[in-house]
Design a protein around this ligand. Structure first.
Ligand SMILES: [Zn+2]
Length: 234
């Protein structure tokens, strides 16, 4: 034990662990995020508002029946959250997705929201993208939420069937049409009659989550909710 600690202190001297949000060195006992960043993340606290009545939920009004629309934090460009999500998505820091999911899941359990979900389904990546990146960042958040809420999750219930072109130069309607056809329920029996929480890392327009939710409802899901790590405010 002493030897292991001495060794980890020694390794820490050469490769200091830094906070994935602010890049300051971590203190002993801190994991992935420093205490200051954890305290100062721009939490939305949408789960403390009346169900389905918050700025994110309102974006789905009139489009799809949504039980809960939740996001852990606000997405702020050039800030800690953007840095954190970049680490999760492109720098192989899968653990941060699991950790955020666990923390958020514990909060949702505390205010009795966990009881509203039977299954957690992450937004799938196209297989080609998955092979290139090696993992789906939304899976890590789903896995963490599953641990925090004791609700099962499935990476195989939904799949992406067509490769989508880069969506950056399309307008909102085109973007919606672009992803609308590509989500398919691969295991209809696993979603039938279930109350499903669809999760993604970042919500920008909501078109992707909307397409996933529509596919799940069409396949017989009893109801859908969505949750993201971060959501951009318009
Ligand atoms: Zn920090």
């Amino acid at each position: 034990m002493l030897l292991r600690r001495a060794l980890s202190d020694f390794v820490g001297l050469i490769f200091p662990q830094v906070c994935l949000a602010c890049e300051e060195p971590l203190a002993r006992g801190e994991e992935h995020l420093c205490t200051l960043c954890r305290a100062q993340l721009p939490y939305t606290d949408y789960h403390k508002l009346p169900a389905n009545d918050n700025p994110l939920a309102r974006r789905f009004w009139g489009k799809l029946p949504m039980r809960h629309a939740l996001s852990y934090v606000r997405f702020l460009r050039r800030g800690r959250v953007q840095h954190l999500l970049h680490q999760l998505k492109y720098q192989g820091q899968r653990d941060i997705g699991i950790m955020l999911g666990r923390w958020y899941g514990a909060e949702l359990t505390e205010c009795s929201l966990a009881a509203d979900f039977d299954l957690i389904v992450p937004v799938p990546l196209h297989p080609r993208k998955l092979a290139k990146r090696g993992y789906n960042q939304s899976d890590t958040f789903a896995e963490g939420l599953s641990l925090g809420m004791t609700v099962p999750w499935s990476a195989t219930a939904l799949c992406r069937t067509e490769h989508t072109d880069s969506q950056t130069r399309k307008n909102r309607t085109e973007r919606w049409q672009n992803v609308a056809e590509v989500f398919e329920v691969a295991e209809p029996l696993s979603v039938l009659g279930k109350r499903i929480l669809v999760v993604d890392d970042v919500l920008t327009t909501g078109a992707t989550l909307e397409a996933c939710a529509a596919a799940l409802l069409a396949a017989g899901a009893a109801e859908v909710s969505v949750a993201t790590i971060a959501c951009a405010e318009h």
